[in-house]
Write a protein that binds this ligand. Structure first.
Ligand code: DX5
Ligand code: ZN
Length: 230
């Protein structure tokens, strides 16, 4: 049995990509060192913004050679799980705050053949997670309030990640952090125990599909800072 992979993984959010050119944007970030591709699904109800749904996920799937990490900021969740699984998601993450029966939601995600992720908003504690640990492959700690890219990192979430890391112990569960991640904030979270670092604006800034080198420099800067802090 191979040991669980707790190495630092950089997951660029395509929320900061050129929406008219997702295929080439994904190829560019993967060629520049992205480990996962993070897809932010918003419904204009659970969060005050709208993005995309299963057909877009299906359309970009052939371009993703790494891991398709689908972050659902939607409520309700359960009615859409099969559609995102059929669209090719590897990881489906639902919010603890999105409904009263998160245990059932996580079971349904695994039942659809995907890894199950649980996201928690900045205002949510970790008390509700203990009895979900056996249903989980990933916990996503939101380091901004979900809904928009380019927001400021919320420092109070560092202690939350540290407490979560202790709660997880040896279980094979990733800790993902999402929002405001830069070469300055990534090391704080890597030191606290995070291994999957989502970054949108900090990865895409300065580059484009025709000039992808800055994507690589940005990914390397976040990764180096995070690895040095461990
Ligand atoms: C926020 C999304 C994040 C966001 C990250 O609702 O879940 O994935 O796009 O963007 P940055 O890195 O710009 O904060
Ligand atoms: Zn996200």
């Amino acid at each position: 049995m191979t040991s669980f992979d707790r190495s630092i993984k950089i997951a660029p959010s395509i929320l900061s990509a050129d929406f008219a050119d997702f295929g080439r944007e994904i190829q560019a970030i993967e060629a520049q060192g992205a480990d996962w591709v993070h897809v932010d699904v918003m419904d204009g109800h659970f969060v005050p913004n709208l993005t995309f749904g299963p057909p877009l996920c299906q359309a970009i799937r052939p371009h993703i050679k790494t891991v398709m990490d689908v972050h659902l900021m939607i409520s309700p969740v359960d009615t859409y799980i099969d559609a995102f699984a059929d669209a090719g998601a590897d990881v489906i993450t639902a919010h603890l705050e999105a409904g009263p029966h998160i245990h059932r939601t996580l079971q349904a995600i695994r039942g659809a053949g995907c890894k199950a992720g649980l996201a928690i908003n900045p205002g949510t504690g970790i008390d509700g997670i203990e009895y979900l640990l056996d249903q989980l492959d990933l916990i996503c700690v939101m380091t901004v309030n979900p809904g928009f890219g380019g927001q400021k990192f919320i420092h109070s979430q560092i202690d939350k990640v540290r407490a979560l890391r202790a709660l997880i112990g040896d279980r094979p569960i990733h800790i993902e952090i999402d929002g405001g991640i830069t070469p300055e904030t990534a090391p704080l979270m890597a030191a606290a125990g995070a291994d999957v670092l989502v970054a949108g604006s900090a990865v895409f800034k300065g580059g484009s599909v025709n000039n992808p080198a800055p994507y690589g420099e940005n990914i390397r800067a976040i990764r180096c800072a995070a690895e040095a802090a461990r």
